[in-house]
Each structure stands twice: as C-alpha cells, then as structure tokens.
Unconditional design. Structure first.
Length: 174
C-alpha cells in the first residue's frame, strides 16, 4: 500500500511539474517532467494514466509525433472520465496538427459522441471537419457553440436567426 501512495505522489509531482513547464513554456521543466513520467512507465507500463500524462508532456513540449502512441496506448488501456475526454482531445488535435485529418475526425467524433457537452472537443472536431471539406457541418458546430456561449448583445439580438441559419446554411428563399 505504501508503494501505491508513493506512486501516486510521484505521479502528482510529475503532473505539477508538467503543468508548471507548460505555463512557463519552459522546455527544461517539461523535459524533466517527461523523464520522470517515462521512468514511472518503465516500472508500470500498463498504467493508462501514466501513458496519458506522457502523451500530454510530449504535446506540451511540441513533440506531437511522440505523443500519439502514448495517447493511443492510454485509451486502449481503459482511460476513462475527464482523463479520457482530454486524451481524445489531445490525440485528435495532434492528428489534425500533423495533417492526419481522417484520424482526427474519427478520434474527435468519438470524443463528441461520448462527451457531447465538452465544447473543446466540439470546436476541435469542427476544425477537423473543415480540414476534410465538411464545411457546412463544421460551421454549424462553431456557430452553435458561439451562440450558446456568447454574451455579446448584438449576437444575442440575432440568436434565433443565427441558430436557425447555422443548421440551414445552404438554404435560400426566393
């Protein structure tokens, strides 16, 4: 039991280090976090949370290609809840960033299907749809998210019309 507590504390330390490195955009701190996580993974390679955190650490460091296998492994190992939300977003946005649009759409579609209220997943999904030429669907998602979240008075005044048109972008009335 003491080993579990030590592992948890070490993981929390690595996460805090990664977050600090991300906030400061400090590659030295991010490398230290990655190394700590990679060492933990050597001792516990089937730990989905560790693999997920390694993926984030690589992404935060601008090493997106190296993040992908860790995200995939974490998902395959049964990552769940908010970690799965963030992992799907990270994997999908990384695929999109690298031009793997089909994989991005598939991953982010899974994300918006499993977590329909997660606006980050929705917006990244719309960007991936745009990249695959699904402009209408992409615009609908973005416009609906905008209208559901904005406090801008001029947009609120036209909310009913914009929300309708978001779903009927190709219609005209002559």
């Amino acid at each position: 039991m003491n080993t579990n507590n030590n592992s948890r504390e070490l993981l929390e330390k690595a996460i805090a280090l990664r977050e600090d490195g991300r906030a400061k955009q400090d590659m030295t701190i991010l490398k230290e976090a990655r190394n700590l996580l990679l060492n933990m993974s050597e001792n516990d390679p089937e730990n989905a949370e560790i693999n997920y955190q390694i993926g984030i650490a690589y992404d935060n460091s601008g090493l997106s290609n190296k993040a992908i296998p860790y995200y995939v492994k974490a998902i395959e190992q049964g990552l769940s809840g908010s970690d799965l939300q963030r992992c799907l977003l990270g994997l999908g946005s990384t695929y999109r960033l690298l031009g793997h649009y089909k994989e991005a759409v598939e991953t982010l579609h899974r994300g918006v299907t499993e977590f329909p209220e997660h606006r980050g997943l929705q917006v990244f999904y719309s960007m991936a749809l745009y990249n695959t030429g699904e402009y209408k669907k992409a615009m609908e998602i973005v416009l609906m998210n905008l209208m559901e979240t904005t406090n801008d008075e001029t947009l609120q005044y036209f909310k009913r019309g914009i929300s309708y048109y978001a779903q009927h972008l190709d219609e005209t009335w002559n």
